[in-house]
Design a protein around this ligand. Structure first.
Ligand code: GLC
Length: 449
């Protein structure tokens, strides 16, 4: 059988252009898929992409195609954050479809799209008469803020040629929801963990479009993301103070912890664990319950490090808390080197997300022998086992988090803690496993011609 030809379309791709977790997926998954299929990727040509642009994903033969529409991309300083973002990405999607028609990418059997930015592609393919090209949408975040809702003006910009019933359905609230168009029109919809695939059918997680998700239930899949162990490995990581692996992690982690604590002017004590939080400071990530939990935990024999930027409100609260509490170091920056040092030096990483489609940091933490303390939701639930490879709690509340932190405090430095570190470090979240599952879906798609 001929190899399947997949065009992977994304609004970000690490290490070339990264805003969030989508970039990590786009930069890693296609590299692994190349072992099984023909794949190339397409991203917008943003102004901040340095020239000459890399022709392939670094370290691989996966070709990167760049599409510019100067008015929307190369003339703008940022990747996102403009009021007309949905229009920008709708126009990008239209250009991708035109280029498929003009055979600029050679033969394309499947277009694999990601999040709202590229979600119009299935309908645009139909509109232009490319009915044989199959589509798969991967949802990385279904939160209402990530759906690309826009006024009907977007239809004027698109100048669709045909009548599409999904546009009629969508229009009734005087808005077009780009992600919803992808959900309704893609041949297959997937998301980035099995648990999130189930959660998004419910009111709590369905981002107000759960009824439509329900319609696609028989074609909805969940595949957990992986991590790139060529980047995240404490034995090869030049950014950390001292390298280590599973056979010498005790010494290695202690050395990293001492130097980190020293650099951040916290107080070292052998029996005090170092808890960390590395994330955007926003609603999704549970920073609100973490701040309340830190305020509640009295006489704590522990240090906390918070790293990340985000909502001003949370940044301010953390800065105030940091000045009052000598055991808290809050760094309101996006500092990749410090992040790696924290993965290596911390004892536990707190991830109290309200929802988490997949999550990446728990997998990195485990590789670095740092126990994840997670709310059991989405990909966190699928990757961390309570009291086996980390700590878990169910209810989204400061109290559940406080209780779990207390549980962790009581177990710190016991043989059980060590056993958990070893289990965590031995977990395998490599992309190869996920890639095989994507290939199975691609095969299913092309065989249903
Ligand atoms: C989004 C999700 C995160 C996921 C990432 C990549 O950022 O919030 O959970 O890991 O996409 O799929």
């Amino acid at each position: 059988m001929d190899k399947i030809n997949v065009l992977f379309v994304s609004s970000e791709l690490a290490p070339i252009i990264k805003v969030g977790g989508l970039a990590d997926v786009a930069g890693a998954l296609p590299k692994c898929l190349l072992d099984f299929i023909n794949i190339q990727v397409v991203i917008p040509k943003y102004k901040i992409i340095p020239t000459p642009q890399p022709a392939t994903i670094p370290g691989s033969d996966v070709k990167i195609n760049y599409i510019d529409i100067p008015e929307y991309f190369s003339s703008r300083d940022n990747v996102y954050g403009y009021p007309d973002d949905p229009i920008r990405f709708a126009m990008f999607s239209q250009k991708v479809v035109q280029d498929i028609k003009d055979e600029k990418f050679g033969r394309v059997d499947i277009v694999h799209i990601n999040d709202y930015h590229t979600s119009l592609i299935p309908i645009l393919l139909k509109d232009i008469g490319l009915n044989n090209v199959k589509t798969m949408l991967t949802i990385h975040n279904l939160g209402p803020a990530y759906q690309g809702r826009y006024s009907l003006e977007i239809l004027d910009a698109l100048k669709l040629q045909k009548y599409h019933s999904t546009i009629e359905i969508d229009k009734s609230d005087n808005q077009i929801n780009l992600l919803l168009q992808g959900v309704l029109n893609a041949n297959i919809v997937s998301t980035v963990s099995s648990t999130y695939a189930k959660e998004i059918l419910t009111k709590e997680y369905g981002g107000e479009i759960e009824d439509f998700m329900e319609l696609r239930k028989s074609n909805l899949y969940g595949i957990l993301n992986g991590i790139d162990y060529s980047i995240y490995d404490p034995d090869k990581d030049d950014k950390i103070y001292s390298k280590y692996n599973i056979s010498n992690y005790k010494m290695g982690k202690l050395e990293n912890k001492k130097r980190l604590i020293d650099e951040l002017h916290l107080k070292f004590s052998t029996d005090a664990p170092l808890f960390a939080f590395i994330s955007r400071l926003d609603y999704q990530k549970g920073i609100d319950i973490l701040i309340k939990a830190m305020e509640t935990l009295e006489n704590k024999n522990a240090n906390f490090i918070i790293l990340g930027t985000g909502a001003k409100d949370f940044e301010d609260q953390l800065q105030i808390l940091g000045t009052k509490d000598p055991s808290l170091f809050a760094d309101i920056t996006f500092d990749i080197t410090l992040a790696e040092k924290i993965y290596a030096g911390a004892d536990a990483l707190i991830i109290p997300s309200r929802y988490e489609p997949s999550g990446l940091t728990q997998m990195i933490a485990m590789k670095y022998g740092t126990l994840p303390i997670v709310r059991s939701t989405g990909g966190l639930k699928d990757s961390v086992e309570g009291l086996v490879s980390g700590f878990t709690f169910e209810e989204y509340s400061p109290l559940s988090l406080v209780n779990t932190l207390k549980e962790a405090l009581s177990m710190f430095n016991t043989p059980k803690w060590d056993e958990m570190i070893q289990t965590a470090m031995n977990e395998d979240f490599s992309w190869g496993r996920s890639a095989e599952k994507y290939v199975a879906l691609y095969q299913q798609l092309v065989s249903n011609l």
